[in-house]
Write a protein of this length. Structure first.
Length: 255
């Protein structure tokens, strides 16, 4: 009990820095900025506040965060691409503080995106929060996936199968895998002290993805729009804690 509460305290610090980084970036993510500039701002903020950007040099990744635009599902690499009116973008931050990790992502809209894009973003966010709200000891991992899958498919969207959430603490990626689709009452049972991410990637079209030649960028095969939100959470004795909630109360656009 004492051990996991100490872990929660450390993850709270890392998660707060990650969410504060997204809060800070919110004022900058507008028409005309490059994804490379977003990366630079995020890196400097984390470093200036006592942390380190986990993605930088992770398995050869050369940036400090991921920027996934439009039909990019995840792991988009920041470049000199200028954000334009109508774009949607996911910014994924992982901060390390005192060897513990906080991992979170949010969607942002540039100018006036389509109604289709807005509805996709809304559904993706709602699916994440619906899954979080059922968390407590005794439920199973399949319940999390089922909550997301049943909700988004009812809305006419699809859940990406190729990527999933993951255990996280003083290691970036650890067991268990958190699938965003599944059947109720299947899989590992949740218990107090578990810490993991939930990060559904939802496509407007089919769920199939492909990896580009850079070895990182995952895109929808049918070039349909994709959206994602992510929180790092912990299981308590009778529920859950979100470590990466926005200090400013930001959740989904418009912020």
């Amino acid at each position: 009990m004492i051990k996991y509460k100490e872990k929660f305290e450390k993850m709270r610090v890392a998660g707060t820095l990650a969410s504060k980084t997204l809060d800070m970036l919110t004022d900058y993510i507008k028409t005309g900025i490059t994804t490379e500039k977003i990366d630079q701002l995020g890196y400097e903020y984390i470093k200036d506040n006592g942390g380190y950007s986990a993605p930088q040099f992770y398995r050869g990744f050369k940036r400090s965060l991921c920027t996934s635009l439009n039909h990019v599902v995840c792991h988009g690499i920041p470049t000199d691409r200028v954000l334009e009116d109508g774009d949607i973008i996911n910014v994924d931050i992982t901060a390390i503080v005192n060897e513990y990790y906080g991992d979170t992502s949010r969607m942002f809209v540039i100018g006036n995106p389509s109604v289709k894009a807005k509805n996709l973003i809304e559904t993706t966010y709602d699916s994440l929060m619906k899954a979080i709200k059922i968390l407590k000891p005794g439920i199973k991992l399949g319940d999390i996936g089922n909550e997301i899958q049943s909700y988004v498919e009812e809305k006419g969207y699809s859940v990406v199968r190729d990527f999933c959430g993951h255990g996280i603490s003083n290691t970036f990626h650890e067991a268990p895998n958190i699938l965003h689709y599944g059947k109720k009452n299947t899989g590992l049972e949740l218990y107090p002290g578990m810490t993991f991410t939930i990060e559904p990637m939802i496509n407007a079209g089919k769920y199939d993805v492909k990896i580009l030649n850079d070895g990182w960028t995952a895109v929808t095969k049918d070039k349909s729009l994709s959206a994602q939100f992510e929180h790092t959470v912990g299981i308590t004795e009778n529920g859950y804690e979100i470590f990466t909630e926005s200090v400013k109360g930001y959740s989904k656009p418009p912020y």
